[in-house]
Design a protein around this ligand. Structure first.
Ligand code: SAH
Ligand code: SF4
Length: 380
């Protein structure tokens, strides 16, 4: 069992009925009183040790066989055809999946798939799989909703329901891995619903499993954060060097305070310092996300301020034309303005890419995940 998994299992006398652990609020904006993740623990919440108890009556090789089927092949118990039928059934019944599929949307070109799930308490969770020529990326949620309240983000507009457990995070990855076949799922980005660093312990327990058991390297795992400074510092002490993406969106405190409320707690100077430390310790790619909002953060002076910060840190900038959401009236910068902003950054020596808008038609693009219809769908 990994250190984080051990912490998660702490105090779990009866591994199958125990709650998924205490809610960790240390890295969050303010202490949150939340229900703990779903009432039951799913298949991917089990530690190896807990699984061994479940398989106590089986030949010794079963443990490895089931574990590898779960993680390497991302197979569900009913798909583990090498197992005796009664064992498959027992596993499905005693440790069912923690997320139930509510709906699947596929883009016209079939390269983007969005799943809407319901936790066993009915909360909505969304996951997006994006297939590219050279890679397959799962955009994974770390919380049901988000407490950070960024004005332009559909998830933030809906507020936070609760944290996801490691098993709920891993189930999303496993489904993406199955669905990507025969392609290999190569990249994991924590850019779905929620603020990953506000659910630190569970996030990290899932990352260790993704790395150790699903064999996806840390170089291909990206944690995107709104800028939770203590969380970034903590990340820099972990053994696995994951990529860090910081959702900057504004390079001066006056504007960032308005767009990203957590900036009032962790202002840009502190954030930049934490990023500098992360880069120094981990030597990993650092990127800034910049949702380009018409006449809000797309002026030449915005480009200059951003360039100053990005150049100082050797950071890459991802410009994302703002995707429309119901709760934010201002629209994204039109294409000509996006090109101009990109060219200004390039001229200032910044490494910049404009992110293609994937999945807008199925509300699967950045900032559009809200799981707004889950409750209704779950009750249907
Ligand atoms: N909470 C984390 C990760 C999830 S959001 C974070 O904020 O980084 C994933 C990315 O989508 C973030 O960069 C976020 O700022 C951006 N985003 C949010 N709303 C958006 C919108 N309407 N259009 C484009 N990008 C958006
Ligand atoms: Fe939360 Fe990220 Fe959306 Fe902000 S942008 S509300 S941190 S999910």
């Amino acid at each position: 069992m990994t250190a984080s998994a051990a912490r998660m299992a702490d105090g779990a006398r009866d591994p199958l009925s125990a709650p998924a652990g205490r809610v960790d609020t240390r890295a969050a904006d303010k202490p949150l009183r939340l229900r703990p993740p779903g009432s039951g623990r799913g298949l991917y919440d089990l530690s190896l040790e807990e699984l061994s108890h479940l398989l106590a009556d089986q030949p010794p090789y079963r443990l490895r066989q089931v574990w590898e089927s779960l993680y390497r092949q991302a197979a569900l118990p009913e798909q583990m055809t090498a197992l005796p039928k009664d064992l498959r059934q027992r596993l499905s019944e005693t440790v069912p999946a923690a997320l139930r599929l509510v709906s699947e949307s596929v883009s016209g070109d079939a390269q983007t798939v969005k799943w809407l799930w319901a936790g066993n308490d009915g909360v909505g969770v969304e996951t997006v799989l994006m297939l590219y020529r050279d890679r397959a990326t799962a955009c994974v949620s770390s919380q049901a909703g988000c407490a950070m309240g960024c004005k332009f983000c559909a998830t933030g507009q809906a507020g936070l329901a609760r944290h996801l457990s490691p098993g709920e995070i891993l189930e999303q990855v496993a489904e993406a891995r199955r669905r990507a076949l025969p392609r290999r799922l190569t990249n994991i980005v924590f850019m779905g619903m929620g603020e990953p660093l506000a659910n630190y312990e569970r996030l990290w327990a899932s990352i260790e499993r993704i790395h150790n058991d699903m064999a996806i390297s840390a170089r291909h795992i990206t944690v995107s954060t709104v800028g939770i400074v203590p969380g970034i510092r903590r990340l820099s002490h972990e053994a696995l060097p994951v990529n860090l993406a910081v959702s900057l969106h504004a390079a001066n405190d006056a504007l960032r305070d308005r767009l990203v409320p957590i900036n009032r707690r962790y202002p840009i100077s502190d954030l930049v310092e934490a990023c500098r430390q992360y880069r120094a310790v981990k030597n990993r790619r650092l990127s800034f996300e910049w949702a380009l909002i018409d006449s809000v953060n797309d002026s030449p002076s915005d480009a200059r301020e951003l360039a100053e910060i990005a150049s100082g840190l050797g950071a890459h900038v991802n410009v994302i034309p703002l995707n429309p959401t119901d709760g934010f009236a201002t629209r994204g910068t039109p294409p000509a303005g996006v090109r101009r902003f990109r060219d200004e950054l390039l001229a200032l020596g910044v490494n910049v890419t404009v992110r293609r808008n994937r999945g807008t038609e199925i509300d699967a693009a950045c900032g559009q995940l809200s799981a707004r219809d889950t409750k209704a769908a779950a009750e249907a």
